[in-house]
Design a protein around this ligand. Structure first.
Ligand code: 5GP
Length: 181
């Protein structure tokens, strides 16, 4: 197995769980008295999703979706496919899509258009990380954990070639390793 150099810790577990609590508190306020569906995007969002979910106090159902783009592993090709469709009935419900990271916005834009076909009352986006500087679409994230620079981040659910998801913090791969892809 090739060795990749992991960079500094950008956000610790403590930072992330604290931020998830703040965002969940905002969601609880915004959806007070309403039903909610939290949709976890697999696989990268699982840890962040759990942190948000643990702090939600409004009536909530959960489901999972997997969407990914074809092509190179570190950039979105713009051609998206849904690999796993949520089973839950979203008609007339408020939905929040819980994402790991929004980069160009391609994947999420496609997914949101698909979800709209199911007739939800509303759809919003809650992402752990946002790379606003990389956006090539008009996609807007409603709840953002942290804004980050243009780095290839790993850990806390985020992978590089399916590795590093288990790290209890967010870091990044040193430039040489990313360029060697
Ligand atoms: P987008 O379609 O917004 O360009 O890309 C979104 C997806 O690309 C994310 O859900 C994630 O799977 C992947 N991605 C984008 N940036 C990064 C990154 O810095 N690190 C990792 N591990 N995945 C990323």
């Amino acid at each position: 197995m090739s060795e990749q150099k992991i960079g500094k810790v950008l956000y610790s577990q403590t930072d992330i769980t604290k931020r998830a609590k703040e965002i969940a508190a905002q969601i609880n306020k915004d959806y007070d008295g309403e039903d909610l569906i939290l949709l976890c995007t697999l696989k990268g969002s699982v840890l962040w999703f759990a942190d948000i979910l643990k702090n939600i106090t409004v009536d909530t159902k959960i489901d999972f979706v997997s969407a990914s783009s074809y092509g190179a592993s570190k950039t979105s090709s713009g051609v998206v496919k849904i690999k796993f469709d949520p089973e839950i009935n979203m008609y007339n419900s408020h939905v929040i899509v819980v994402e790991d990271i929004v980069d160009t916005g391609n994947t999420l834009k496609y997914l949101l258009a698909k979800l709209e076909e199911r007739g939800p009352k509303s759809v919003k986006v809650c992402t752990m990380l946002n790379k606003e500087s990389r956006r090539t679409t008009d996609l807007h994230a409603d709840y953002v954990g942290f804004e980050i620079d243009d780095l290839f981040v790993i850990g806390y659910g985020l992978d590089f070639d399916q590795r590093f998801r288990e790290l209890p913090y967010i870091s990044y791969l040193e430039e040489d390793d990313v360029e060697a892809l």
